[in-house]
Write a protein that binds this ligand. Structure first.
Ligand code: F0G
Length: 354
C-alpha cells in the first residue's frame, strides 16, 4: 500500500518549510477527487468534487495547519492560538498536540458545531469561549499573539495559505491541467486565496497551461464579499462561514477579479438542499458550509447561467459528521421505525414485495 506522505514531503519545494523545521504531519492531503455523476448530468458539465472532509481532522484546514505548526515549532513556539468557527480550532488542536505545542482556541460561544468542539476538547486545547462572533475572536487572537509568546495560526499566517494551495496542485496533477471553473464556499477568504495562488504558481511554472475562473459562494446572511462591505451581525445555519469581516478580503477579491470569476450568495435553504443532494445523490456527506458551492451552481443552473461542456471542480470543505445536529434537524431526521426481530417485519418495514 502507498503510505500517505503528507503535504510537506510531497510538495516541499513549493512550501516555506526549511530543512531545520520539524515536519508535523498527520498524512494530510491526497484527498479524493470524486466524479460527481448526478451533478455532471444536471449541469451538462464534467464535474468533480474535491472531498476535503477526507483530511485527518475532517476539513481542508489540515493542509494549512501542517505547514503553519511546523514552521511555528521550527521558530521555537511553544503555544499556538487561533480564532475559529470550529474547523481551524479542531485542526490546530490536533497538529499542535502532535508537535508538543499548547493549542489555544478562541471560539464564538454557542456557535460551534458539536463535533468540532469535541475535537478541540479531546486534543487538549485550552478553549476560551468568547461572548462575541468570529470576527471579534480573530481580533483577540491577533492581539494575544502580539502581546504574548504564542504563534497565530489563522490564515493571516502566510504559512496557512501556502499549505492550502496544495489542493490546487493535486487537482492539476490528477486532471492533467487546471479545470475551466473552480467553485468553493467562502468565509474568511483564505481558501479561495490559496487555491488561486496554487493555480497561478503551477501555470507560471508551466505545470499547467491555464487557470480556472474562481467562483466563491457565501451564505446570504454572511455575505460581505457579495455586498461589498462588512456585515456587523452575520447569521447562517452554516456556522463555519458565519463571518462578517473576512481577514483575506483583499486577496480574495484579487482572486475573483484576476480569474474573471464572481462572488454570489446562497440562502440557508439552498445550502441545506445542496447538502441533502450531495448526500443522497452523490454519496458524499458534507457539513452545511461545504455545500455552499454546490448550492450556488444549482441556483445558477436554474437561471440558465452555466455554460455546458465545461470542466468544473467544486471543493467540499468539511465532513458531514462535524455537525450532525443540523443534518438531522432538517430533511435527514431519523424516521426509522422499530419492529420485532423477525424477517417478515423487516421486509414489511422495507416495503419489499416477496
Ligand atoms: N468551509 C468550511 C467547512 C470552513 O470551516 C471554512 C472556514 C470555510 C469553508 C471558508 O473558508 O474561511 O478560507 O474562506 N472556517 C474557518 C474556521 C473560518 O475557523 O474553521 P475560508
Amino acid at each position: 500500500p502507498v503510505r500517505r506522505r503528507g503535504l510537506i514531503e510531497r510538495y516541499r519545494s513549493w512550501l516555506p518549510v526549511s530543512d531545520t523545521d520539524p515536519v508535523i504531519t498527520l498524512g494530510e492531503g491526497g484527498t479524493p477527487l470524486v466524479a460527481a455523476e448526478a451533478l455532471s448530468e444536471i449541469l451538462g458539465c464534467d464535474t468533480y468534487l474535491k472531498v476535503e472532509g477526507a483530511n485527518p481532522t475532517g476539513s481542508f484546514k489540515d493542509r494549512g495547519m501542517t505547514v503553519a505548526v511546523s514552521v511555528s515549532a521550527g521558530a521555537g513556539a511553544e503555544a499556538v492560538v487561533c480564532a475559529s468557527t470550529g474547523n481551524t480550532s479542531a485542526s490546530a488542536a490536533a497538529y499542535a498536540s502532535r508537535g508538543g505545542l499548547l493549542p489555544i482556541v478562541l471560539l464564538p460561544a454557542g456557535r460551534i458545531a458539536a463535533g468540532k468542539l469535541a475535537q478541540a476538547v479531546v486534543h487538549g486545547a485550552k478553549i476560551v469561549q468568547i461572548d462575541g462572533n468570529f470576527d471579534q475572536c480573530l481580533a483577540l487572537a491577533r492581539a494575544l499573539s502580539n502581546s504574548y509568546p504564542v504563534a497565530l495560526v489563522n490564515s493571516v499566517n502566510p504559512a496557512r495559505i501556502e499549505g492550502q494551495k496544495t489542493a490546487a496542485f493535486e487537482i492539476v496533477d490528477e486532471l492533467g491541467d487546471a479545470p475551466d471553473l473552480h467553485v468553493l464556499p467562502v468565509g474568511n477568504g483564505g481558501n479561495i486565496t490559496a487555491y488561486w495562488r496554487g493555480y497561478v504558481q503551477y501555470a507560471e511554472a508551466k505545470v499547467s497551461t491555464r487557470r480556472p475562473r474562481m467562483w466563491g459562494f457565501q451564505a446570504a446572511g454572511a455575505a460581505p464579499l457579495v455586498l461589498g462591505h462588512p456585515v456587523l451581525h452575520p447569521e447562517t445555519v452554516a456556522t463555519a462561514i458565519r463571518i462578517g469581516n473576512p481577514a483575506s478580503t483583499t486577496a480574495a477579491i484579487a482572486a475573483q477579479q484576476q480569474s474573471g470569476g464572481l462572488f454570489e450568495a446562497v440562502t440557508d435553504e439552498q445550502i441545506l438542499a445542496a447538502q441533502h443532494f450531495l448526500a443522497s445523490r452523490e454519496g458524499v456527506f458534507v457539513e452545511p458550509a461545504s455545500a455552499a458551492g454546490v448550492a450556488g451552481l444549482l441556483a445558477k443552473q436554474l437561471r440558465g447561467e452555466i455554460d455546458r461542456g465545461q470542466q468544473i471542480v467544486i471543493t467540499v470543505t468539511g465532513h458531514g459528521l462535524k455537525d450532525i445536529d443540523t443534518a438531522l434537524s432538517g430533511t435527514g431526521a431519523i424516521e426509522a421505525e422499530v419492529v420485532p426481530a423477525e424477517l417478515a417485519a423487516v421486509a414489511g418495514a422495507c416495503e419489499l414485495d416477496g
